[in-house]
Design a protein. Structure first.
Length: 269
């Protein structure tokens, strides 16, 4: 009797409203449960130059009424073309101005101020500066870029970091020479002081210190490495110039907006 009573109690508990095992409905899978709605993008006509910022989500209607939706990668003002990335990792698609019938930009709800709409802009390239003491290096990454763009971006990162390294060593060269010149001035002052002391000892008629002709040579021994060897160990000025020119050449293929790299220009296939 006791066993059957326990079974009946468990069955009744399992079917009771408060008992739920693997029956939870998460609101994220059904926003209608709590009345919430997923945030939707709305499109409106892009009429200003500011609407064509890099990273803006655009919808382009072509002359044949077909639509192309994607992220604005860059604007080629000389060739009057815009480049849209329709899928992550895909190469940007070039669309000439003469092919375009209408361009719309995506907007979304703004957090500040609440109730307002803002343009849907997501930069594709992110930059991080890494400092190690006085040395600075840069890191670029863009998960949505094509393999060709990633390769070009990596080459730019390597070139800029190599130039930054040589530039730091080049500044160390100047500081090293300045320090060595200052040390030589102190050595000359030491020579004068020691020689003046020796003269005073001779003129005074008695010796304050034991007579030792090589005394001042021992005092001014600094054990400093030779300046020429130190300078020769540093990269040459030609290497610094080559690294600078290489970084400039690669950076000329980058699109810069507000002081930041927003796109890389690669050869079209």
């Amino acid at each position: 009797m006791r066993f059957s009573t326990l079974v009946v109690a468990l069955v009744a508990l399992a079917f009771s409203p408060g008992w739920s095992l693997a029956q939870i409905a998460l609101p994220v899978f059904d926003p209608q449960k709590d009345g919430g709605q997923p945030q939707k993008m709305t499109f409106e006509d892009a009429k200003k130059s500011a609407d064509f910022r890099h990273g803006a989500l655009l919808r382009v209607t072509l002359n044949d009424d077909s639509k192309v939706e994607g992220t604005l990668v860059r604007v080629d003002r000389k060739a009057t073309r815009i480049y849209l990335r329709t899928e992550p990792g895909a190469a940007p698609r070039a669309i000439a101005q003469k092919e375009i019938k209408k361009v719309e930009k995506a907007t979304r709800d703004s957090i500040r101020p609440a109730g307002m709409r803002e343009d849907a802009v997501t930069p594709e390239i992110h930059q991080i500066a890494v400092f190690s003491g006085a040395s600075r290096s840069v890191r670029y990454f863009g998960p949505n870029l094509s393999p060709e763009e990633l390769r070009s971006l990596q080459e730019l990162e390597d070139a800029e970091n190599e130039f930054a390294r040589l530039d730091q060593l080049h500044m160390n060269r100047s500081q090293l020479v300045d320090n060595e010149v200052a040390i030589q001035g102190e050595r000359l002052t030491s020579h004068h002081l020691i020689n003046d002391l020796l003269r005073q000892q001779v003129w005074s008629g008695f010796w304050v210190l034991p007579l030792a002709p090589s005394y001042h040579q021992v005092v001014i021994q600094h054990d400093q490495p030779e300046l020429a060897k130190l300078v020769a160990a540093l990269p040459s000025f030609e290497a610094w110039t080559k690294a600078r020119d290489n970084a400039r050449s690669l950076r000329s293929h980058a699109v810069v907006e507000d002081g930041r790299i927003v796109a890389m220009v690669v050869a079209e296939k």
